[in-house]
Write a new protein. Structure first.
Length: 211
């Protein structure tokens, strides 16, 4: 069992960033919230309460979409995972990428099931044109936003990726429609380059990104 959150000094609410709060499970967040209320730290208590909304209750001590048991990933909602990286999505329902204002880095959501291997590294298609009407999502507002972010990441030379886990829906791109989305592993961040291959944009990392 993990230790409870370390005691905090009054007036140090800013030290509890969204990213740090997302590392806590449900029991720890409840304890931190209650301690904050007891020590007259209403802002921190409110932050904990907001984080708790994104952890579905599965018993009094559940961490929600995942658990901290060995071999099991703790997953959080996509929008919260982006916020933990300093990115606020343009549309929390449809956006799969965004730009961090602090440094201009582009952060993408990558469907974990779409990651493949190539030359000892990994690849994932970020965006492709809607040829023969096979990728209608590419022409949607979210798809055009994704293309814009691909172009920005290509010019920048690097990007970050968050692995989104779930069950794909047959006949649809996961970004457009999925049978279910389990969430994002907040501790897994992929650093990659964007390559333009014809009209397509690909994320590449590992040996395949060398050169």
């Amino acid at each position: 069992m993990k230790n409870a959150p370390a005691p905090f000094k009054r007036g140090r609410v800013e030290s509890w960033t969204p990213e740090r709060l997302l590392q806590l499970d449900r029991k720890e967040l409840i304890q931190l919230r209650d301690n904050a209320a007891r020590l007259s730290e209403p802002e921190l208590a409110a932050r904990c309460e907001e984080a708790l909304k994104d952890l579905p209750a599965r018993g009094p001590t559940s961490s929600g979409a995942g658990s901290n048991r060995k071999g099991v990933q703790r997953l959080i909602p996509r929008n919260r995972a982006f916020q933990a990286r300093g990115v606020w999505l343009r549309d929390e329902r449809t956006s799969w990428s965004g730009v961090r204002k602090e440094d201009g880095a582009v952060v993408f959501g990558l469907w974990a099931g779409s990651v493949g291997s190539e030359e000892g590294g990994c690849t994932c298609l970020l965006w492709g044109p809607n040829h023969d009407r096979r990728r209608p999502w590419s022409d949607s507002a979210a798809g055009r936003e994704r293309l814009e972010h691909c172009q920005a990441a290509l010019a920048r030379g690097s990007a970050e990726g968050l692995l989104v886990h779930g069950e794909a829906a047959p006949g649809f791109l996961p970004e457009d429609r999925a049978r279910s989305i389990a969430g994002v592993a907040p501790d897994t961040v992929v650093n990659f380059r964007v390559q333009k291959r014809g009209d397509e944009y690909w994320a590449v990392w590992g040996k395949s990104a060398a050169g």
